[in-house]
Design a protein around this ligand. Sequence first.
Ligand code: ATP
Length: 590
Amino acid sequence: MLFDEVSRYYERLENTSSRLAMVDILSELFSKARPDEIKNLIYMTQGVLAPSFEGVQIGMAEKFTEAAIAMASGYSKEDSIASFRKTGDMGLTAEEFIKKGKLRTLSRKELEVNYVFESMLKIAGTSGHGSQESKIKMLVELLASASPLEARYMTRFALGTLRLGAGDATILESLSKAYTGDRNAKPKLENAYNICNDLGRVGQTLSEKGIPGIERLKVSLFSPIRPALAERLPTADAILERMGGKCAIESKYDGFRVQVHIDRKKKKVEMFSRNLEKTTEMFPDLAKAALLEVRAAEAILEGEALAYDDTTGEFRPFQETIQRKRKHDIAEKSAAFPLHLFAFDLMYLDGEDYLGKPYEERREKLESIIKGDGTIRFSDRIIATTPRQIDKYFEEAVESGLEGIVAKDLHAPYIAGARKFSWIKLKRSYKGELSDTVDLVILGYYLGKGQRTEFGFGGLLAGTYNENRDVFETITRIGTGFSEKQMETLGSILRKIKVARRPARVDALIEPHFWVEPKYVVTVRADEITRSPTHTCGKPEGKPDEPGFALRFPRLVSDGVREDKGAEDATTTKEIAEMYNMQKKVKVTD
Ligand code: ATP
């Protein structure tokens, strides 16, 4: 398949404002790819070179790209800089310069999509002395062979600013349509994706082995599993009823979720965060402990990493744990507050997939392979059969500085990548006002007035993720309560992901000053969820007169953006509807 054809599809994608049309365009594109091309094509469409857990960064620096554009077209670097100032988009600058290029010697060649992708991989993998020159040279070669439209997309791809707006669910739906003729295979594909978190691998398996191959896809070491998530219920009674009268109650630790992959023979450990980015470097002490304390040749387990003072029995909060990210003081911090992993699940052991086994069996096995008194502990738990037991455990958990509890269905499998009632969380904040926080995705921003003008930022338009429709819906504007530092940071990161118009997967009735690519998540506290005609969150499709949900008195609680959550990990519209109902019930019983 030629990159020229891919570029034309990308142009169509860029020009559509409907998600359904995106699925049509993408499925047509995918159906044209050969089995040896589909994987690369999917990554390219996502704007990446590999699944995120592999940590391969594409981002070529702007100034080198400017140089490459100038060299390929025969213009001066100053010309390309001046054009970029005007367009604000290096892709458009490249397109313009290749179109009017002076150097006819650098002739147009047909470029295969695999060739372009592999060249980009080579560019990303080039490092060390003289690497900048080599990177520029490789990009010049590509650009000099490209058509103007190809130049637009390859430049954006090289810079990491492709932003076609196709989310995971849209890509899965398009694959289903491309290979089976309709969207019905999406749940099966989603299942496979939840297990391997690699859309390229799902696409390739589908293309080579069809749906039977997809059904056979198994957990594999060092390919992270998408995490199971918890539902909410407001009371111990409700939890017990839902669980059928008996369940496990675990402490809910407010730390950093870690999925640990261990290969003892190779002495290799990798750790992944909640949104499945590699975090091994962040927790060297845990990696060491995983090899020493887990008695298994191969294992995948999960837990909450938390700084915990053994002598005082004191848990340190999330913010403190996350500070370890700043690599330079990891060693210092490790000594002050030793990090522990409170293990709570086992997904794979010595060649055997544990996802389908019931919670009780997984937990028993987990306890049999770890002693539990070293760096790796177990999440504390009881088996409860009365609401009183749950309430008592909950009160004690909160008193010792924990966030609350997670109830677990004794018989349920590990449900990867989904929020189900097999896990139910109850946090200290559910009683009374809506003091549980929500994680919202930033959809746009406003310019400030008065003093705030200098930051180029005055407020946010934020939204939830609607899983069923695979779109983002607005729920609130946040215009107050920002510190100067927050305004400065938000202004500078949002400017970089500004897009010219409302992305196809954003559903909104209001217009911010600037739309952004849905990418960053912030944690927000509000007094209440209310009904609102202005926001699209929860507004039934095709019924513009029915209200959606909004937040009353929203304010930011995260320092900046959440590093452990991507746009699709934001609070969902369904969760907001449930929280709204819970809030009503609490009010009535109060
Ligand atoms: P929250 O902000 O409430 O943690 P979340 O969206 O990150 O929400 P949920 O699925 O709603 O995640 O809640 C489960 C989270 O609680 C897990 O992601 C995990 O990080 C944390 N956690 C702490 N202790 C436990 C435990 N014992 N079992 C499962 N999850 C736990």
